[in-house]
Design a protein around this ligand. Structure first.
Ligand code: ADP
Ligand code: ADP
Length: 230
């Protein structure tokens, strides 16, 4: 079924129309790629769907709950409990060991520290991060840091993970490894993924690709039967 739905989303910045009436649904368990040139409105769409930004018009629904009309406090709680985020880089707290970075979203949600760290730890080996638990982000490679970010995005078992150019700062091989791990972690968790990218390679990991141009979706619903091509 549909997990997340944006209806007729409009967002302006001054005279710039970043979103010109976008409809988009995200289904349970699907990986959706949002593609398009720089400045086309991809990040704005992600921010509206994720409750980071309020659209000027239109509606966002998460599992039947209206998101766009919620007060910032409620949207913030929703982001923390139902959504996970992976950005291009610079999202880990440099002074905290990797395992505490991953545990943080749980602790912010009230899970006791020991339990949160235990749950966080269980993500390291499956993501190829065995023995990296106590390293600080500055002691990790770019690909390792992104895998820690994936663990942090998934540790709360979110309904939807949003990723904005998650491989943008990585070389091609490392980027592909990160996409492999990201998509399989999402699928294993029963979460959905919305990934913003201008890299067609990254989109190949997704079930569906939509193309944004000038704040509108100009192509989409290319369902991919087989998943990851090899
Ligand atoms: P993309 O993610 O596809 O690069 P964005 O969604 O970031 O595109 O931006 C869409 C349009 O909105 C662009 O013209 C951009 O310059 C403009 N825009 C985005 N965010 C802001 C902002 N905070 N202030 C002013 N203009 C913005
Ligand atoms: P783009 O390359 O699409 O223009 P930016 O890097 O400008 O994307 O980021 C767009 C927005 O995404 C920022 O204004 C911010 O709200 C959010 N963002 C990007 N990186 C991070 C991050 N590391 N942590 C939190 N928010 C981020």
């Amino acid at each position: 079924g549909v997990v997340l739905e944006g209806r007729a989303l409009v967002k302006r910045f001054g005279s710039t129309v970043a979103l010109a009436g976008v409809d988009q649904t995200v289904r349970q368990g699907e990986a959706l790629a949002v593609m398009g040139p720089s400045g086309s409105g991809k990040s704005t769409l992600l921010h509206c769907l994720a409750g980071i930004m309020k659209p000027d018009a239109g509606e966002v629904h998460l599992l039947g709950a209206r998101v766009d009309t919620m007060k910032e406090r409620a949207r913030s709680a929703l982001r923390r409990t139902r959504f996970g985020f992976v950005f291009q880089f610079g999202q880990l707290l440099p002074e905290l060991p990797a395992v505490e970075n991953v545990a943080l979203p749980l602790m912010l949600g009230g899970v006791p520290r020991g339990q949160a760290v235990g749950q966080a730890r269980s993500w390291f080996a499956p993501l190829g991060l065995a023995d990296m638990e106590d390293r600080r982000p500055g002691e990790l490679s770019g690909g390792q840091a992104q895998r820690v970010a994936i663990a942090r995005a998934l540790v709360t078992s979110p309904a939807v993970v949003f990723a904005d150019e998650p491989t943008g700062a990585l070389d091609q091989n490392t980027g592909h490894e990160v996409m492999d791990l990201l998509v399989s972690a999402i699928k294993g968790n029963g979460s959905s993924l919305v990934v913003v990218t201008h890299d067609p390679q990254v989109a190949r990991w997704c079930d569906r690709v939509v193309e944004v141009r000038d704040g509108q979706i100009i192509a989409g619903d290319h369902s991919r039967a087989g998943g990851v091509p090899r």
